[in-house]
Design a protein. Structure first.
Lengths: 529, 306
């Protein structure tokens, strides 16, 4: 190599170095590349009307778009509708985008919206989404690009229902052409198009180059199924996947310290709690119930069992839900075993020779049913709570059952247990979705989810009023009062609010974690080269 | 011979009818309503009732049984409760993966287990034999789950030679096949060793050696062939295990096979899918055992079937 050439090389090198970003701030997105995501289970179906769990929703939320959508800030945003107006307590009018085509070339219009809702709410077929959306009657076409969403009775959370990912508008021609197969090959308007589904192995979506909005950066997103937790984490380390959903909690701290990885999280919408059966003595006595809350060291459980993978909970609603009000459990019923014991004694119990409280010679033994692994750390929490109750002289007998059995038992007309571990997601992100079916007097199983069998006519009136009111401020106020009643009559011990967590290699940029587990923001991710 | 095969195939019919009945009764006995589970937290009792009706779940067990068998005769395994897909398609999706993995594991088991057993039997209580016996005991005792994770840690994470999971190229097959084959290799090695030791004490072996047949010839032609019958029996039973018991391997290596499909079906109480999957496994198992029986006649000419 001659001296001149060497000089040239040096000059070129200097140029390259100068051009290279020296760990600069936010870099501009780069187009191209494949994002491979590892997750524990495969989708059941990609049809939003029938599959409302995250493994399917994660994928079809990029293929199908609703009229409006819920942003990460939990505010409703425009999607396929540019504007909307609440016409009456039973009607919202949507103005639709005019420049949109489905992936199969079918034009998007009011007829497609009507088709989608007719399909989901067809009384002959049972769509799972219909069971979550409220009293929706259907869609009325006003003109080609105006459509009214109508309910059978006043329903204030209607806009929230329309913003659920399950409300994605489907291509009418594709549904007609594919029939039942639509669930394996959905066709919508979204930034990604369906490409391939290999059962229990992987689902692939590709960028929609004709998207009406800002186009995606990635060429392709591959969702791989890796059921085993440690295998999933190894695949992240070896680079076989770029991102892991539902990462191993015990390894989160290690990965968070490693600059090669990025941890993204948002407080979710699911609250996991131990519920009490008010029809069983002595839980019908509010003093005993309050004692059971005071006996729970929830902070210790959060720190030592959940290890930062979940957030603190102070109610039946998660903080992101419209209408949420903190119950103030830490001030009303702070962790205090001595006061808990006193309350139990007030209810007529006395410590027996073995330290267990008893009344009329009968020891205070409570039964609890739980699944193992249905909710994150459910069994471990039940065991820790058992030990904490022991401190105040209450014996807790835990039955570990399979989830299907727990589900059947809590939904039966008669619940044959004192307590149960359950989780609840406020899927619409509106308090109505939880406070009405879980607490209204007529919602006792098998009809609804009033699993504690709580009867309070005053409470019923509040949630009814809140369902029909058109004023968000009034609704918040009503839900606040309803939650104060719940706090007073307390019938559950909330243990945590879920976190939506994604762990990725640090070259994955601009992933947006979302409080709603279905809406995780994969769309505008890009990969730094 | 042909008549024997036909008779055995006919005998499969009551076996399979029994299998279907057994699955249906079992699912009926365990608590958990597939319709309620499927609709989830927002469903009203009316919705659940409607879904139950559309799935035939409101019918009594004997009616469902007869209807199912009638469909089965037309080759229709029904539609999955949870996914609404045809069970035939569903199984066609996952079955090849399981067969591929099972065949690979069985090939490994035969190719390694039998020769190792023979070498071990040739010089009993030698260093090699002791080593084989210890290693095979370990192979039998290690849980598949643990073996799998260890192999992934070593070959994927540390060495980076092989992918940690998924199904794709031939490289993807190596680790799951080795994991699944490990207990079978150990089993076959021990079985071959002990039957070979028995056979090697026979008079005809001494005769063969006396007339000057080379050791290799004695071992393979005279001893191994006679020692194979119990080994083949074990092999047949092991194959059933490989096909059905691959759930753990499939889980560790994210292998999209029938084992994982069945587990999912159980948790969703998807009884139609479950019935179809178990039925396919039962048919396979019965067929393999038929092949094993037929192979006896080939291995030992004294055995004939009528």
């Amino acid at each position: 190599m001659t001296r001149a050439r060497l000089g040239l090389l040096a000059a070129a090198l200097a140029l390259v170095l100068a051009a290279a970003p020296v760990s600069s701030g936010p870099a501009a997105p780069v187009r191209g590349g494949t994002l491979t995501i590892g997750r524990p289970v495969d989708a059941v179906s990609l049809d939003p009307h029938f599959e409302t769990t995250a493994p399917g929703a994660w994928i079809y939320q990029m293929i199908l778009e609703p009229l409006v959508t819920m942003g990460p800030d939990m505010k409703v945003r425009a999607a396929l509708a540019t504007a909307w107006r609440v016409m009456s307590p039973t009607r919202i009018r949507f103005t639709l985008r005019r420049d949109v085509k489905f992936h199969d070339g079918t034009p998007f219009n009011a007829a497609a919206v009507k088709f989608t809702f007719d399909r989901a709410f067809d009384p002959r077929s049972i769509s799972r989404w219909a069971s979550l959306a409220g009293p929706i009657k259907g869609v009325e076409v006003v003109d080609d690009f105006t459509a009214d969403l109508v309910t059978t009775e006043p329903y204030a959370p209607l806009l929230h229902s329309a913003a659920m990912v399950f409300a994605g508008i489907v291509s009418p021609t594709a549904v007609a052409r594919l029939g039942a197969d639509f669930s394996r090959r959905p066709v919508g308007t979204g930034p990604f198009k369906f490409e391939e589904w290999r059962t229990n192995d992987r689902i692939t979506v590709v960028r929609n180059d004709d998207y009406w909005g800002p186009k995606a950066h990635l060429d392709r997103i591959v969702f791989r199924v890796i059921p085993e937790e440690s295998a999933r984490m190894i695949a992240l380390r070896t680079g076989e996947v770029d991102m892991v959903l539902v990462p191993a909690p015990a390894q989160l701290a290690t990965f968070a310290r490693d600059p090669g990885y990025t941890l993204a999280q948002a407080t979710g919408l699911r609250v996991v709690f131990i519920g009490m059966n008010l029809t069983r003595s002595p839980l019908s006595d509010v003093r005993v119930r309050r004692a059971l809350v005071m006996a729970s060291n929830r902070k210790a459980i959060l720190q030592n069992i959940l290890e930062g993978a979940a957030g603190p909970s102070d109610g039946i609603l998660a903080p992101g839900v419209f209408g949420y009000k903190s119950l103030g459990l830490d001030t009303l019923y702070p962790y205090d075993p001595a006061r808990a014991r006193a309350l139990i004694q007030e209810a007529g119990f006395r410590p027996g020779p073995d330290g267990i409280m008893q009344r009329d010679g009968i020891p205070l033994t409570l039964t609890l049913i739980t699944a193992r692994g249905r909710y994150f750390k459910d069994a471990e929490i039940a065991e820790a709570y058992q030990a904490q109750l022991r401190e105040i002289g209450v014996r807790l007998e835990i039955s570990f059952l399979e989830w299907a059995t727990v589900f059947t038992m809590v939904r039966a007309a008669v619940l044959d247990a004192h307590m149960f571990v359950l989780g609840w997601v406020t899927t619409t992100a509106d308090a109505d979705y939880t406070l009405l079916p879980m607490f209204r007097s007529d919602q006792v199983p098998p009809r609804g989810w009033n699993t504690w069998r709580y009867f309070n006519a005053e409470f019923d009136k509040l949630v009814d009023q809140a369902r029909t009111s058109l004023s968000p401020r009034e609704r918040e106020e009503l839900y606040g009062r309803a939650q104060e009643m719940i706090a007073r009559d307390i019938m559950f011990v909330p243990f945590y609010v879920t976190k939506e967590i994604a762990l990725m290699r640090s070259h994955v940029k601009d992933f947006v974690p979302h409080p709603i587990e279905y809406n995780q923001g994969f769309q505008y991710v890009w990969i730094q080269k | 011979m042909t008549r024997f095969v036909l008779r055995r195939l006919l005998a499969m019919i009551p076996v399979l009818l029994g299998v279907v009945l057994l699955i249906m009764v079992t699912i009926d006995l365990i608590p958990g309503d597939p319709a309620a589970l499927m609709l989830g937290q927002g469903a009203t009792p009316e919705m659940v009732a409607k879904l139950r009706a559309s799935l035939d779940l409101d019918q009594p067990l004997p009616v469902r049984y007869v209807r199912y068998i009638a469909r089965l005769l037309r080759g229709d395994l029904g539609r999955s409760v949870r996914e609404g897909r045809r069970v035939n398609t569903e199984i066609a999706d996952v079955w090849p993966a399981t067969v591929q993995l099972g065949l690979a594991a069985m090939t490994l088991a035969v190719a390694i287990g039998i020769p190792v057993g023979m070498m071990s039997a040739r010089r009993p209580y030698s260093l090699l034999d002791n080593l084989v016996r210890i290693v095979s005991l370990a192979g039998l005792s290690m849980p598949i789950f643990w073996t799998g994770i260890m192999l992934v840690v070593v070959f994927s994470l540390w060495l980076g030679w092989l992918p940690a999971g998924g199904r794709g190229s031939w490289y993807h097959l190596i680790l799951p096949a080795v994991t699944l084959a490990t207990p079978s290799i150990a089993m076959l090695a021990r079985m071959t060793r002990s039957t070979m030791l028995d056979v090697l004490r026979e008079d005809y072996i001494r005769t063969a050696q006396a007339k000057g047949v080379a050791t290799r010839g004695v071992m393979v032609r005279h001893a191994l062939r006679n020692a194979l019958i119990p080994v083949v029996t074990i092999l047949g039973l092991q194959t059933g295990q490989l096909l059905g018991g691959a759930v753990l391997t499939e889980t560790v290596f994210a292998w999209p096979g029938i084992g994982r499909m069945l587990v999912r079906a159980i948790f969703a109480r998807d009884y139609v899918l479950l019935q179809g999957g178990v039925l396919v496994l039962a048919v396979t198992f019965v067929m393999i055992n038929l092949l094993v029986d037929l192979s006896y006649a080939y291995l030992d000419p004294r055995i004939t079937y009528q």
